[in-house]
Design a protein around this ligand. Structure first.
Ligand code: ADP
Length: 184
């Protein structure tokens, strides 16, 4: 794993939690990095599509998946999520987009326009054209009102559940689980 990969990886217990919370079928990990989340999805026997724009990251991810013995459950794609999105099919989209490096910690409220490589609203809009079932992993200081507003980008609005993720009593991030609104 490279230095950035090490800093960026979702803590394992949080990745396990994300995997436990997803439904059946194909999970698309859109900013897969070195594969921390994709591996946990694959361990839960989901079929995973892991995308990253950086070929080096995908190489590390393949290597890491082999260490966990789950490489056969993951299709690795080097590419730009935004270009690939129109041709992607899946039952769940997992979004852990770049938070912009460690500097997110120094601001009081992290707004969705600080996400990279495009703002959070755009990323979400592209994802929800694939499926309403979206898991988004965000900085602990994210503006929660904005996260709730994401569900209004869909009509009818999506259901959203937000949880804080702790590792050894410290909040490491916030996860938003979106799903299609129940009928009736
Ligand atoms: P963080 O700031 O949360 O640590 P990362 O640096 O881990 O974020 O970024 C997550 C991953 O997203 C990186 O591995 C990066 O290569 C990848 N990435 C960035 N832009 C794109 C894109 N357009 N499509 C797919 N992957 C991307």
């Amino acid at each position: 794993m490279d230095e950035e990969g090490w800093y960026s990886v979702t803590p394992e217990e949080i990745a396990i939690r994300h995997a436990q919370r997803s439904g059946n079928g194909i999970v698309i990990d859109c900013f897969a990095g070195v594969g921390g989340n994709a591996i946990q999805f694959a361990r839960m026997c989901y079929s995973v599509v892991a995308i990253d724009i950086d070929p080096q990251k995908i190489e590390f991810a393949i290597n890491n998946a082999k260490i966990y013995g789950v490489e056969d459950y993951i299709d690795f794609i080097v590419g730009d999520f935004f270009e690939l999105a129109p041709s992607l099919k899946g039952d769940m989209v997992f979004l852990a987009p770049p938070w912009g490096g460690p500097s997110y910690k120094s601001i009081e409220k992290f707004t969705l326009d600080s996400l990279e490589p495009r703002d959070g609203f755009t990323i979400f809009q592209v994802a929800q054209a694939i499926t309403p079932n979206i898991i988004m992993f965000l900085p602990r200081n994210v503006d929660l009102q904005q996260v709730e507003e994401l569900s209004w980008l869909s009509s009818p609005p999506l259901e959203v559940e937000i949880e804080e993720n702790y590792v050894q009593h410290n909040v490491k991030g916030v996860t938003a689980y979106f799903s299609g609104a129940a009928c009736g």
